[in-house]
Design a binder for this molecule. Structure first.
Ligand code: AMP
Ligand code: MG
Length: 391
């Protein structure tokens, strides 16, 4: 049995060769850069007015100023500012020669038909200097950066409309179990609806990745072997649920081994999700997640998610919050590192969600995080800081 850290290290140290492709900027959200991106221009490209107002000389601000021109954004100023002169200027316009500040419209008053007076107190420049944000040739985004909307803006600014990104892994989701039926079917006695496949699909989609769905495989060795052999030859990652534990019909680990998958993780000292398996065959990887939906969810968050990011060239750092417990909390099953669904209250304290165990899928839908509880910890006291991952 592997500890949480050992299992994660083993998974993340596996070698995977991701290919690259160019994508259109409109399609690049959630993708991972496969090269450094440099800027082909200065930003701002020229000394730029940060205000609507008048471009003038600071030394003249105590006197009436003659307005000699109006400059709108996109225009090239035609006139130089001399003593006691100014040009009316709009935000984003080029600062005319001779001016060293822009005074805000709100801090001026009309003096005569063609002169104004500065009425403000502070003589700030209100000029965004050429190249103060980005200088031409600077690396603006590093290889392995995950592209979020704010990175899309940077790509657009530097004219990178076809960023080179890592190819997304081809992921297939499989469900196993004779008792599982698809959600559109009302389950007859002894059957339950498939929630895992849909939950996993949504977890992957939330990361902006894609998966295909291979359906439900019944607990028959021959059927499992056929389906898994086919999945192994056509995908980079197989995520399956169920059939990996100690039951009489849990054939998956032996079949994977028979098909040449090296199972380097066969149990993790964690609750929920202890029976989790993970293995590799050449450039294809397999996660076997426990059938219970809460286990499947939590193990995906803790292990599969960072692994998918790794396959796509990115090092995922989960955002971990440190927050105080709202009330005393007694830990159930204290012998293993455990993860417990919680809510974060409006006061930013942590409340445990009523939770009957790893089959209690409804508990997760009330939760907005999972809290880490160390092995051996019997009680968490009100006010004690706990580590929470938002979900
Ligand atoms: P297993 O890991 O196959 O022993 O399954 C553990 C529990 O999870 C059993 O109660 C299964 O019925 C349930 N389960 C297995 N697969 C799914 C699934 N795809 N959706 C919902 N529950 C499942
Ligand atoms: Mg099963």
């Amino acid at each position: 049995m592997k500890s949480f850290e050992e299992a994660l290290d083993l998974m993340l140290s596996c070698e995977y060769h991701a290919q690259t492709e160019k994508v259109d900027i409109m399609e690049c959200l959630g993708r991972i850069l496969a090269e450094d991106v440099t800027s082909d221009i200065n930003m701002p490209p020229f000394d730029k007015s940060a205000m609507d107002g008048y471009a003038a000389r600071r030394c003249d601000l105590g006197k009436p100023l003659e307005v000699i021109e109006t400059i709108k954004a996109g225009d090239i100023p035609q006139k130089k500012i001399h003593t006691c002169q100014c040009s009316k200027i709009m935000t984003g316009s080029i600062i005319p020669e001779g001016a060293d500040c822009v005074i805000m419209v709100e801090e001026t008053e009309q003096h005569t038909a063609n002169t104004i007076l500065f009425t403000g107190r502070y003589r700030k420049s209100n000029i965004a200097l050429k190249a103060e944000d980005i200088a031409v040739g600077t690396v603006v985004l590093k290889k392995s950066t995950l592209i979020r909307p704010q990175e899309v803006a940077v790509l657009a600014t530097v004219g990178c409309v076809q960023p080179l990104v890592f190819k997304m892994p081809r992921i297939i989701i499989l469900s196993t179990g004779d008792e599982i039926v698809e959600p559109h079917i009302k389950p007859s006695n002894g059957k339950i609806r498939n929630s895992n496949a849909y939950q996993l699909h949504a977890q992957i989609l939330k990361m902006h990745f894609k998966s295909s769905y291979g359906g439900i495989i019944c607990d028959t060795p021959q059927k499992l072997e056929e389906t898994l052999a086919h999945a192994l030859s056509n995908h980079d990652l197989i995520i399956l649920t169920g059939g990996i534990s100690m039951g009489d019909y849990d054939y998956v680990p032996d079949i994977l081994k028979k098909l040449g998958v090296d199972l380097c993780v066969q149990k993790i000292d964690i609750k929920p999700g202890k029976p989790t398996i993970f293995g590799q065959k050449h450039n294809t990887f397999v996660f076997g997640l426990p059938g219970n939906p809460v286990s499947s969810f939590v193990i995906f968050e803790l292990f599969t998610k960072p692994f998918i990011y790794k396959m796509a060239g990115h090092t995922y750092e989960p955002r971990v919050l440190s927050l105080p417990m709202a009330d005393d909390y007694t830990v159930k099953g204290i012998n293993r590192l455990s993860w417990q669904p919680i809510v974060i209250t409006p006061q930013k304290t942590v409340e445990a969600v009523r939770y009957h165990g790893s089959g209690h899928i409804h508990a997760l839908s009330k939760a907005d995080g999972i809290m880490r509880v160390e092995a051996g910890k019997a009680k968490i006291l009100k006010g004690e800081q706990v580590h929470v991952r938002q979900i």
